[in-house]
Ligand binder design. Structure first.
Ligand code: ADP
Ligand code: ADP
Length: 220
């Protein structure tokens, strides 16, 4: 299956070409790393796949559809973008419950995802006081609410301590082992070498490599 399908995708911001004719597919049951230096166009590509930004050209499809055409998007695809989208006065529980209610997801699922990410003990605390690692876990919990088969994570380990990095790596590996599609961006080759089965490498908005991680390491 071609779960995430990027077809000749382009995005300009004024004179800046952020994404420049990018084509690749992301397949299920493995972690695909989206590797490239800062400014390469990774976030822009992910935002277009999630319908948060309009392509200048080409298409970004999930399950053969544009994001806005998905019938029940939270149950199809979960996303973890940059931290800070959470109302700081809410508790972790309150935030997830609000998300569940807004998306017709049973409230019982909130407790499950809090346990999945190890936040059950701090579920009543206000998000304002959360560390970066806790905020990332909450973002992942929110992405997992709808039990989606497809996950997009934009630089999820940025700024985390080694234990936090390892925890997110193991979580992504576990999600892929369950058969999910995990697409994760990073500018860190070493981290992607440990995390990803497959690599899509970009620079200046263009595809540089689309290969197994092992082949990429042997060639570089
Ligand atoms: P990455 O995620 O790989 O760091 P981005 O997709 O964030 O790269 O950015 C790609 C390029 O597009 C960069 O040159 C960035 O400055 C530019 N860019 C991204 N978003 C915007 C925006 N909203 N307005 C103008 N330029 C942008
Ligand atoms: P907000 O600040 O957004 O109102 P709250 O944390 O106050 O969020 O909680 C929102 C709702 O969730 C309230 O109805 C609250 O009683 C309920 N709630 C909060 N924490 C828990 C919990 N651990 N178990 C059950 N219900 C909870």
């Amino acid at each position: 299956g071609r779960v995430i399908d990027i077809q000749n995708l382009s995005k300009r911001y004024g004179d800046t070409v952020a994404v420049d004719g990018l084509s690749f597919t992301v397949r299920p049951g493995r972690v695909t790393g989206f590797l490239g230096p800062n400014g390469a166009g990774k976030s822009t590509t992910m935002r277009m796949a999630l319908g948060l930004d309009h392509p200048t050209g080409g298409r970004a499809l999930i399950d053969g559809r544009r994001y806005r055409e998905l019938a029940d998007p939270l149950r199809r695809v979960g996303a973890v973008l940059e931290a800070g989208e959470v109302h700081p006065g809410r508790s972790a529980y309150g935030h997830l419950l609000w998300m569940a209610r807004s998306n017709r997801i049973p409230a019982s699922r909130v407790r499950e995802v809090l346990e999945l990410v190890g936040l059950e003990k701090v579920a009543r605390r206000r998000v304002r006081g959360f560390s970066l690692g806790m905020t990332q876990r909450l973002g992942i919990a929110a992405a997992l609410l709808g039990d989606p088969p497809v996950l997009l994570l934009d630089e999820p380990v940025n700024g985390l301590d080694p234990e936090g990095v390892r925890w997110i790596r193991n979580l992504m590996r576990g999600l892929a082992a369950e058969g999910r599609t995990v697409f994760v961006s990073s500018h860190l080759m070493g981290e992607m070498a440990l995390t990803a089965d497959h690599l899509v490498v970009i620079g200046r908005g263009r595809l540089l490599a689309d290969t197994s991680t092992r082949e990429f390491i042997e060639a570089n």
